[in-house]
Design a protein around this ligand. Structure first.
Ligand code: ATP
Length: 357
């Protein structure tokens, strides 16, 4: 549905986007994820036609978009600020863009009602825009975009103004909505949980470059480098010598985990014969009493942080540069493990992933 072919956007000498290459499939919920300033809004704006690439081409639904103004593209954008007209009611806001299509009053009305029902706002058409809650305003903004029946809906941090509970609820609703209407969604967000929860695929971006494009599970479990791993959540890094390299695999010898065979990362290079292995904190599990596991590592608890449903333990493992972070749910009493206690942890060697630095 969308092809980004070698797109660069420069502001003076600075490349806000550097040679981006990307395809978004039809009907996909696709997210551009990255820290502030990584170029995700710049890319979204160029897809929408609000900005022009310095070089490279953008195709939407097979058509090259160079020279096509925003209002003639098969896209529609939902802004962070919603940009709702305060002096119009809900229905007038939603129907605003339809005027220029000259569909006639009956069809216009039908389309507005359909869009309102898609975002669960049926019956609120006559409500003034200023009489809406944050979540309702967000829905009006969505309905106003959907009513135009775009092939691609572009969403620029649409949930960032909502509080945590409502944001989580809207994430689920937005995902359902996308599946119901079947339109391709491209979401810009700096919130990794939002991207993981909603997307079919995610492009992770840093400094104007796309670092990885993959499914939520893959970017989380198989990050290509430390930067991606770090951005997507907690990660323990262990640097250890590579003792064997064959085809797509490398074998790394670590003090605590022993010899670990893992996929060779795509951009893998080693200057000192070592590799970085990562394991997520929740992939380490506390072994209680006489419980054993086929793969375990022993250490000492050096710190503990309580977070209600989970506890973070920091565990010092002999031979490791820094303690391992372990996330345990609190149903077995991890919140009561004292600092200084000896501890054994179970792990799955498949959860250990080698990555580029
Ligand atoms: P945020 O989440 O903060 O919006 P972002 O990833 O969307 O961040 P962009 O808005 O795409 O980032 O900006 C990327 C970089 O390009 C930033 O360093 C920004 O300062 C710069 N930039 C964006 N627009 C312009 C402009 N019109 N002139 C100069 N620099 C710009």
């Amino acid at each position: 549905m969308i092809e980004i072919r070698g797109v660069t956007r420069r502001f003076g000498n600075f490349a806000a986007l550097d040679n981006a290459l990307l395809s978004v499939r039809e009907g996909e919920f696709f997210s551009l994820l990255g820290p502030s300033g990584c170029g995700k809004t710049t890319l979204l704006r160029m897809i929408a036609g609000f900005d022009t690439p310095t070089s490279g081409t953008i195709l939407i639904d097979g058509q090259e978009m160079g020279g096509t103004p925003a209002n003639q593209r098969p896209t529609n954008m939902v802004f962070q600020s919603y940009a709702i007209f305060p002096h119009l009611n809900v229905e007038q806001n939603v129907g605003y863009g339809l005027k220029r299509l000259k569909l006639g009053k009956v069809e216009e009305r039908r389309r507005v009602e359909e869009a309102l029902s898609q975002v669960a706002l049926s019956g609120l058409g006559k409500r003034g825009a200023s009489e809406l809650s944050g979540g309702q305003r967000q829905r009006v903004a969505l309905a106003r975009a959907l009513v135009m029946r775009p092939k691609v809906l572009l969403l620029d941090e649409p949930l960032s103004a909502l509080d945590k509970k409502l944001r989580e609820q809207m994430q689920v609703e937005l995902r359902h909505l996308q599946q119901t209407v079947g339109i391709t969604f491209v979401l810009v967000t700096h919130d990794q949980y939002e991207a993981l929860a909603m997307s079919d695929r995610i492009a992770v971006m840093f400094g104007g470059r796309i670092a990885q494009v993959d499914t939520p599970k893959h970017v989380y479990q198989r990050p290509v480098n430390r930067q991606v791993a770090d951005f997507l959540g907690g990660m323990n890094f262990v640097r250890a010598p590579v003792v064997e390299e064959s085809g797509g695999q490398i074998v790394v010898d670590t003090p605590g985990f022993g010899r670990v065979s893992t996929d060779r990362p795509i951009a893998f290079q080693t200057s000192d014969g070592s590799a970085t292995l990562g394991i997520r904190p929740e992939r380490l599990r506390v072994l209680w009493d006489d419980e054993t596991a086929s793969h375990e590592v022993a250490g000492t608890v050096v710190d503990r942080h309580y977070f209600g449903e989970i506890t973070h333990l920091l565990v010092d493992i002999p031979g490791f540069e820094s303690p391992l972070s372990v996330t345990e749910t609190n149903n077995f009493g991890a919140d009561d493990i004292p600092v200084g206690a000896p501890i054994r942890l179970a792990y799955d060697p498949d959860a250990l992933v080698a990555m580029a630095d």
